[in-house]
Design a protein around this ligand. Structure first.
Ligand SMILES: Nc1ncnc2c1ncn2[C@@H]1O[C@H](COP(=O)(O)OP(=O)(O)OC[C@H]2O[C@@H]([n+]3cccc(C(=O)O)c3)[C@H](O)[C@@H]2O)[C@@H](O)[C@H]1O
Ligand SMILES: Nc1ncnc2c1ncn2[C@@H]1O[C@H](COP(=O)(O)OP(=O)(O)OP(=O)(O)O)[C@@H](O)[C@H]1O
Ligand SMILES: NC(=O)CC[C@H](N)C(=O)O
Length: 546
């Protein structure tokens, strides 16, 4: 009976660090070989990390990849396992997103990715030529077909490997996370399996890379289309799975999908941990206001980095409620982080004295509010400069969408943790974080959100209620519905007009905002390229006057 023991390496490489990534792959390869793997599979572009973006325009990048690929090939022997590595590859035919088959001490074959994704966060046509041939090789008497990520998302490449005699198909992937993305992947792969009749093994990357986070969650599907093994989410993993005539026998623990809140929370934690870790920051600083956004951001930072690498700073103004001071101190103590209080009134007074001659006769407005926010930004950035720690900003997706944030104020910082998390989700995540006992003081969750920039201020004075606002934004931004369609779906016409107007008007702010973790199918980042200067009149229903 035909059988093959495959080793799967769900790894977290660092973009561009070939030596580190090669060592990572070599380590997993040795351990999986020791467990009896006959063929070891890495994710897509595992040797370079994914996505290397414009590093892929540099000829020397391909030369470095080649050198390290050859060093990995040298680790293989005639008797030992083969290694399939995702690698950027250049030859006389062009530049390719490739999988290199390493065995017998040499590069024994190159598969060139055939379908190049060029939508959403993907730009592969900017860098790569498309391959035009299926790749099937025989290993230990078994015919193995190879595809790379997007290849499996349309009919064609997988089925063609079957036509070429593949008995099973392996897929190297760098499939970024968004909520419940694992369901989409499994549905797509099950479809390919049904069409090809071949069992598939799906190896995905894990880890954070700038705004992207990869959830891992590699899996195996048997020839009947049933899930045979599920790998872990948001963690590196190594697994040996035995393929035997269309079915899989896993020699590794199987994992359950995570409840939605936990899935989202862990995506954010991994995004923060890898952004700070891979960029070498000693720690993080958060302005802790006693509100829910900074409270959740602090929890995420502590869970990502540990309490000793995180510090919270309360920067009260005369408008800061006692409740805010108490709750911020309680949260910081519960999380075990360093907590400092720096009142901002002296700076407020100095600024207003300096500006007074120029503001004479003008009424107070958001100018004074923004000054408070900017004073906090200046102080937090000073602490960052002095300590080397990164300032995490706290703005959520609802605020990013409406421009409800101050340039060079609360937008000052290096990484925007909640940038792709709607305010309504912020509440859900806060409740989830408290599931095993109160960490975030209940009052922080139940009090009405306020920027506390003037007396008795409340977010909902200037924005539609968040449960309505978030749905309008999601429809307009993620699903590209027109205002007319959103109103037709039952939303209040004035709220839709207000939300859409604010969204369009605040594009300039988003261009100056720090990057943050992408967790939705469309985030304000690589996948949102609206012009700032534009006069497009959205579709409204003329008759209703909306
Ligand atoms: N198209 C464009 N391209 C480039 N710059 C543009 C621009 N349009 C305006 N600007 C400039 O942008 C500046 C106005 O933006 P900015 O200074 O940020 O101020 P602005 O947007 O006017 O005010 C900030 C808003 O955010 C709210 N806020 C602030 C802080 C925290 C929170 C919270 O609860 O989280 C809410 C606050 O209540 C207020 O409604 C002006 O200098 C204007 O000239
Ligand atoms: N008194 C404060 N002390 C420290 N940081 C503050 C203070 N007020 C605001 N900030 C910082 O500015 C961010 C925006 O704060 P603001 O209260 O204006 O809006 P928010 O969106 O309601 O956020 P939060 O829910 O955290 O209060 C806060 O999340 C926090 O990081
Ligand atoms: N790297 C890729 O080819 C990824 C594309 C694919 N559709 C995904 O998101 O999983």
């Amino acid at each position: 009976m035909n059988a093959l023991r495959l080793g799967l390496a769900q790894i977290d490489p660092v973009v561009g660090d070939f030596a580190h990534n090669a060592a990572l792959i070599a380590g997993v390869f040795a351990r999986l070989a020791a467990q009896g793997a006959e063929l070891v599979l890495t994710p897509e572009l595992a040797l370079s990390g994914y996505p290397p973006e414009d590093l892929l325009l540099r000829p020397d990048f391909y030369r470095a990849a080649r050198r390290h690929l050859e060093s990995l090939a040298a680790l293989t022997t005639e008797e030992g396992p083969a290694l399939l590595v995702g690698v950027p590859w250049a030859d006389e035919g062009g530049r390719f997103n490739a999988a290199a088959l390493l065995r017998g001490g040499r590069i024994d074959g190159i598969y060139r990715k055939r379908l190049l994704p060029n939508y959403a966060v993907f730009d592969e046509k900017r860098y790569f030529c498309a391959g035009n041939e299926p790749f099937v090789f025989t290993h230990r008497g078994v015919r193995v077909g190879v595809v790379i990520c997007e290849d499996a998302w349309s009919a064609g490449p997988v089925e063609e490997t079957a036509v070429q005699g593949a008995e099973l198909v392996v897929a190297l992937n760098a499939s970024p996370y968004h909520q419940q993305k694992w369901r989409e992947r499994q549905a797509v792969v099950a479809e390919r399996v049904r069409a090809s009749g071949r069992a598939m093994l799906y190896a995905n990357l894990v880890g954070g890379q700038d705004e992207l986070v990869f959830d891992g969650a590699s899996f195996a599907v048997d020839a009947q289309g049933a899930l045979a093994w599920q790998g872990p989410f948001f963690a590196e993993a190594e697994a040996v799975l035995e393929w035997r005539e269309g079915s899989w026998q896993p020699h590794a623990p199987c994992f359950d999908p995570l409840p939605p809140e936990e899935e989202l929370y862990r995506a954010l934690v991994l995004g923060v941990r890898d952004y700070l870790g891979k960029n070498g920051f000693p720690g993080a600083i958060i302005g802790l206001s006693g509100g829910i956004d900074s409270a959740l951001t602090l929890c995420l930072a502590v869970d990502a980095l540990g309490p000793e690498r995180v510090r919270a700073v309360m920067l009260p103004s005369p408008y800061t409620a006692t409740m805010s001071l108490e709750d911020a101190a309680t949260l910081a103590a519960r999380l075990g982080v360093r907590y400092d209080v720096i009142p901002i009134e002296p700076a407020m007074n100095t600024f207003s004295a300096m500006l007074e001659p120029f503001f004479a006769g003008l009424p107070p407005d958001t100018t004074e509010e923004n000054l408070q926010s900017r004073i906090r930004g200046v102080l937090l950035m000073a602490l960052s400069n002095k300590t080397g720690a990164l300032v995490l900003t706290t703005g959520n997706k609802s605020e990013m969408a409406t421009g409800y944030a101050t340039l060079y104020g609360d937008m000052a910082g290096g990484f925007a943790v909640l940038k792709d998390v709607y305010k309504t989700q912020v509440y859900r995540l806060a409740r989830w974080r408290n599931r095993n006992g109160e960490v975030i003081p209940e009052r922080i969750i139940t009090r009405p959100p306020s920027a506390e920039l003037k007396p008795n201020q409340c977010d909902q004075d200037s924005l539609p209620p968040y449960d309505v606002l978030d749905q309008i934004i999601e429809r307009y931004m993620e699903w590209e519905c027109s205002p007319r369609e959103i109103i037709a779906a039952g939303f209040d016409a004035a709220a839709v007009r207000r939300a859409v107007t604010l969204l369009k008007r605040s594009e300039y702010k988003r261009r100056q905002a720090p990057i943050g973790v992408r967790v939705s199918r469309r985030a304000f980042g690589r996948d949102w390229r609206y012009p700032i200067t534009a006069r497009y009149a959205d579709e409204y229903d003329e008759e209703s006057g909306a």
